[in-house]
Design a binder for this molecule. Structure first.
Ligand code: PEP
Ligand code: MN
Length: 344
């Protein structure tokens, strides 16, 4: 249930409404909009008579929301969420590009790739140090050593770091090196983990589960938001369908759907979404055209020798060309993408 306070509602009226709900065992999340204070009521609201709320002083309106997620919904917060990380704004006018290798393999690899993507205009470097691999025999990542490499490369080229955390025990350690915590598709419904992320100090990049509906995905975001971490961004990375010509089916229609249902920023990952290098560029362009707040793209200087996902990694030159193309697309829809950096 959502309660919208009158524009002129006083602090004591707001507090009275909160107390009213508190006495009945509900928890309340308060959000400050441009015009109104909105209170989200969490708990079994079927027991509440909505009229009792509507008549409280200072209440403009109260309504039940039919969607099961509250804090992630547009009803709860009409204005889009803008997440500031360093000097990067995610969810604002700028379309943010995240790029880098699938896995951190060795220092020179990350240095070379970071330099290329930084010059192409990227502000956030990706790279997995803890890798969720289908096979226990595949490369599992360098762990903390990989985090150190990522941080060093990012600092050298003025980038932020995003990397995956696989387990709640890793949150503290990874937070020391990374600016954004990535939740992998396979972990989207690891509830004890995502609940713990509600207490994390870093923004969370929540990838859509391989077989998750949009509602399930937003419910996962709700776990993190209701735990106290308001900085959640979503990423469509392809879902499993009956199609076999691509690794996954990149559900770009999720972008406008999520934008209507939620205020959270939404990214697309055409690399995992298609799994094939020459499909990544067209789908990246399409994601920007569909209104994504950003894209995540895998880039490797030597993809034939990559320890994971080489087949879907762009060569640096291809990536630079993609950046030039999406700058044009972003402009057409009234957005922008950071300029290329001059070579030093
Ligand atoms: C990744 O980004 O490298 C990754 C493993 O992604 P996903 O969780 O979407 O498969
Ligand atoms: Mn990958």
């Amino acid at each position: 249930m959502v309660i919208m306070m009158e524009k002129e509602a006083t602090e004591s009226q707001i507090e009275h409404v909160i107390e009213f709900l508190d006495e009945r065992g509900f928890s309340v999340h308060r959000s400050t909009g441009v015009e109104h204070i909105v209170l989200g009521v969490i708990g079994d609201v079927s027991k509440l008579d909505i009229r009792d709320l509507k008549v409280l002083p200072g209440v403009a309106d109260a309504y039940r929301i039919s969607v099961p997620y509250k804090m992630a919904s547009r009803q709860f917060q009409h204005e889009k969420t803008i997440i500031k990380v360093g000097d990067v704004e995610i969810g604002g006018d700028e379309v943010v590009v995240i790029a880098g290798p699938c896995s951190v393999e060795y220092k020179d690899q990350v240095m070379i790739i970071a330099e290329h993507v930084a010059h192409a205009g990227v502000k956030i470097l990706r790279g997995g140090a803890f890798k969720p691999r289908t096979s226990p025999y595949s490369f599992q990542g360098l762990g903390e050593e990989g985090l150190k490499i990522l941080r060093e490369a990012a600092d050298k080229f003025g980038l932020l770091v995003i990397t995956e955390v696989m387990d709640k025990d890793q949150i503290g350690m990874v937070s020391e090196y990374a600016d954004i915590i990535q939740v992998g598709a396979r972990n989207m419904q690891n509830f004890s983990f995502i609940r713990a992320l509600g207490k994390a100090e870093k923004p969370v990049f929540l990838k859509r589960g391989i077989a998750a509906t949009i509602e399930e995905w937003l419910m996962s975001a709700e776990y993190i938001l209701s735990g106290g971490n308001k900085n959640v961004m979503l990423c469509e990375r392809g879902i499993r369908t009956f199609e076999t010509y691509t690794r996954n089916t990149l559900d770009l229609s999720a972008i406008p759907v999520v934008k209507k249902l939620s205020h959270l920023p939404i990214f697309a990952d055409p690399s995992h979404g298609t799994g094939i290098r020459n499909k990544v560029i067209p789908m990246a362009r399409a994601a920007i055209a569909a209104g994504a707040d950003g894209i995540m793209v895998e880039v490797h200087h030597d993809p034939e020798h990559a320890l994971s996902d080489g087949a879907q990694s762009l060569y640096p030159d291809q990536f630079a060309e993609l950046m030039d193309q999406i700058r044009v697309i972003a402009e057409v829809i009234g957005r922008k993408i950071a300029d290329k950096r001059d070579s030093e």
